[in-house]
Design a protein around this ligand. Sequence first.
Ligand code: NAD
Length: 251
Amino acid sequence: MLVTGAARGIGAAIAAAFAERGDTTFMVDIDGSGLTQHAELLRGSGGAVHTMTASVADTAGVASVTAWVEAHAGRLDILVNNAAVPFRKAFFDTTDHEWDEVLGVGLRGAFLMSRGCWPLLNRPGSCIVNISSVHRNRLLPGLAAYGATKGGIDALTKAMALDAAPYGVRVNAVAPGFIDTTPDWPPPGPTRDEHYRQIAERVPAGACGEPDDIAQAVLWLTGPQARYVSGTVLEVDGALAAQAYPPLKHV
Ligand SMILES: NC(=O)c1ccc[n+]([C@@H]2O[C@H](COP(=O)([O-])OP(=O)(O)OC[C@H]3O[C@@H](n4cnc5c(N)ncnc54)[C@H](O)[C@@H]3O)[C@@H](O)[C@H]2O)c1
């Protein structure tokens, strides 16, 4: 399996879940030192772990990734397009460069990686999973570029599922809600307490999810139990996206 954006957060948890069950795991990230650090923790945990520092946003980077996987394994059974750039700014203040970077990594990157890996993946039973977001169709101020990326990921997932279905390849997405990927931020103290209090107030399940909650969803979606599941977006968000708004307290 191959996961992008694997140096930290959700991508690192996805790599860990697959490596721990014994899969050969290819980890790609633009952050080489984070990647090396995380891969060291996984070595010896199960399957072989390989790392490559590359950007998913450019064709040359993706070509080097696919050549590397081909040289090591000759094939790929699972691709997880997880890399993205978190970004929050009103559309009227967003520069061309910022727009291109956010969509270039999060949306173009998923397309480039999927197209590049297709010759390695094209076999019945293979899967692609794209990481979307609750913000794919539920927005907040400042999410024009990020929301367009994740809305685009939904459409890309469904369109790729249709193209891939005749070949026995499944394509799905996972849409996380609040996932606790920054345990050191905010630092311990009143701001941190307030941060978690506000999240608990907004999420029906009453707390953030863990990166491993997303990894477990990816394991299931790529496993034999989900053999007839394709073209879908699985929300893993403690019912956040099901809610119109947090209930009024006085009613
Ligand atoms: N954390 C959340 O609460 C949350 C919620 C909804 C959706 N998501 C989505 O889940 C995924 C992972 O989120 P996260 O919080 O772990 O993100 P993160 O920002 O902690 O990690 C993203 C990783 O992608 C890498 N990356 C950035 N640009 C890259 C490039 N050009 N090529 C290769 N790698 C690159 C970064 O170096 C980083 O390691 C993202 O797609 C994100 O949009 C996260």
